[in-house]
Design a protein around this ligand. Structure first.
Ligand code: FMN
Length: 221
């Protein structure tokens, strides 16, 4: 059984039969999920829609509870409950698909809030000063993280001229080991703001690449 956690973050909606402006990153995400399920119909997919149900922002009480030692109080357990639920979804997943827009050269606030809840000490990473200058270590392993992104400009891919502006992909790739990822894949549609032929071509290329990746990951299960 292959479990897929599909996390979506765009504030825009996607409806396959409506042609007016819709979320491209959600379209990419749904294309991946549809193709994966077509190739492997036993896949169990959990959809965590961060726009529909935004995660809480962490606060002082959360940090204190997350780092507390020993028996937790009822109040501390309540503070950590949402994080516990989201971490359970990550733990169960073999593949984590993140569909995300680029907002202000980075990830949407709801996605950052989700990462702040799921990357938690003694749950998804351990902290030990005996390791010297690298005290953090991921706890989970064996997963694959797939980032499916859309942005309005272009040349943000690895090796391209404006890659250093792209704090979305680089940040998520850097965080993915803390979700338990041994492998990180990324496919993006570019040029949304131009709405021209380059945009259509980039979107079509992304959709074709996503279908191929879904087939490859389904075949490797
Ligand atoms: C608030 C906001 C900020 C954005 N910031 C950027 C940006 O920094 N760079 C960029 O290339 N595109 C930017 N865009 C364009 C989006 O990345 C683009 O519209 C993308 O398709 C959004 O994803 P979605 O279609 O899934 O909603 C921004 C759009 C919005 C609404």
């Amino acid at each position: 059984m292959e479990n897929v956690l599909y996390v979506s973050a765009s504030v825009r909606k996607f409806h396959p039969t409506q042609q007016h402006h819709m979320s491209i990153s959600r379209m990419l995400g749904e294309t991946f999920i549809d193709e994966f399920k077509q190739q492997y119909n036993q896949a169990e997919v959990i959809h965590r829609d961060l726009s529909l149900t935004p995660p809480m922002f962490i606060d002082e009480a959360f940090i204190a509870a997350a780092f507390a030692r020993g028996e937790l109080s009822e109040q501390q357990r309540t503070v950590l409950a949402q994080s516990d639920r989201l971490i359970d979804e990550v733990i169960k997943a073999d593949i984590i698909v993140l569909s995300s827009p680029m907002y202000n050269y980075g990830m949407p606030a709801v996605l950052k809030a989700w990462f702040d809840l799921v990357i938690r000490v003694d749950k998804t990473f351990s902290f030990d000063l005996a390791r010297g200058d690298q005290p953090l270590e991921p706890i989970l392993s064996g997963k694959k993280v797939v980032l499916l992104a859309s942005w309005g400009e272009f040349d943000f891919k690895k090796g391209e001229a404006k890659y250093e502006f792209n704090h979305l992909s680089r940040h998520i790739e850097q965080l993915s080991p803390y979700l338990g990822a041994d492998a990180f894949y990324e496919i993006a549609s570019e040029y949304q703001e131009f709405g021209d032929e380059r945009h259509r071509a980039s979107k079509q290329q992304a959709l074709a690449d996503i279908k191929r990746l879904a087939q490859k990951l389904a075949a490797a299960k």
